[in-house]
Design a protein around this ligand. Structure first.
Ligand code: MF3
Ligand code: CO
Ligand code: CO
Length: 263
């Protein structure tokens, strides 16, 4: 159940969120070169789990959720028509032309860093490329709408206007969320909506923005495993996610990795 209160993080707590966010981004960077035809989604999972443990962190997804069907793996791997919460599987082998969202959430020192990106496996089809580029731009525009004194509805409105303007649709059934010591906390952040509506954004709020954008209609279907969500029309879906903090005068992206160069 989502707690009603929206936690405002202190400077010290924000510093811990920065550490968790950076680790999450570095984990995606670590996995990215493995995304090639022939790799299984379970191999991606197992490398993520190993890397996470080696960095003194825990994988939040592992065992998360209802006690009768907890999420069974350490990351979510959502391929092509899978919208989100795809379960890594040894029989699922990536092939050229696929798109795959990898969603990671390491916990370090009690704090969660939640981020995902959609990667191409080999060369994408023109529509897959457009969908992935539009979805990345949706996340950028959603983030750009965040500032203290603004409203939660500003974020979804910016995303929806751009996605629909490009001929795609916005998933309704899954939303961004507050994230700190708690994986899924208040507030909910819809990726559709109206500007000026919803709760006011305040300095110290930390939440995810994680638009899922569909090639066809926005309706999703849940598979019988209780987790895997796929597009009802079986067309493509893409997603990007960052964890962000509302600052004094704008927004800080917490799930970025420092750029490293070799000289
Ligand atoms: N990381 C996902 C999110 O962005 C949640 C995954 S829950 C899991 O909120 F149990 F499926 F891992
Ligand atoms: Co996530
Ligand atoms: Co999330």
């Amino acid at each position: 159940m989502e707690p009603e209160v929206i936690t405002l993080l202190s400077k010290r707590e924000l510093e811990k969120m920065r550490r968790a966010g950076r680790l999450a981004a570095e984990l995606l960077n670590h996995l990215e070169p493995m995304v090639k035809p022939g790799v299984s989604t379970l191999e991606l999972n197992d490398e993520a789990e190993h890397w996470t443990q080696a960095h003194g962190a825990k994988s939040a997804p592992l065992g998360y959720g209802p006690t009768d069907y907890p999420f069974p793996k350490s990351i979510c791997t959502s391929v092509n028509e899978v919208v989100c919460h795809g379960i890594p599987n040894p029989r699922q082998i990536l092939k050229a032309g696929d798109i795959i969202n990898i969603d990671v959430t390491p916990i370090i020192d009690g704090y969660h860093g939640d981020t995902s990106r959609t990667f191409y496996v080999g060369k994408p089809s023109p529509v897959a490329k457009k969908l992935v580029e539009v979805t990345a731009e949706c996340l950028r525009r959603g983030i750009a709408a965040v500032k203290p004194g603004g409203r939660i509805g500003d974020i979804g409105a910016a995303i929806q206007a751009y996605a629909e303007g490009q001929g795609f649709s916005v998933v309704r059934d899954f939303v961004g969320h507050g994230v700190h010591r708690i994986f899924h906390a208040a507030p909910q952040i819809p990726h559709y909506g109206q500007p000026g509506k919803g709760k006011k954004l305040r300095k110290g709020m930390v939440f995810t923005i994680e638009p899922m954008i569909n090639e066809g209609s926005w309706e999703v279907e849940l598979q019988s495993d209780g987790w895997t969500a796929l597009t009802a029309d079986r067309k493509l879906s893409a997603q990007f996610e960052h964890t962000v903090a509302v600052t004094e005068d704008g927004v800080e992206i917490l799930t970025l990795a420092p750029v490293t160069v070799t000289v």
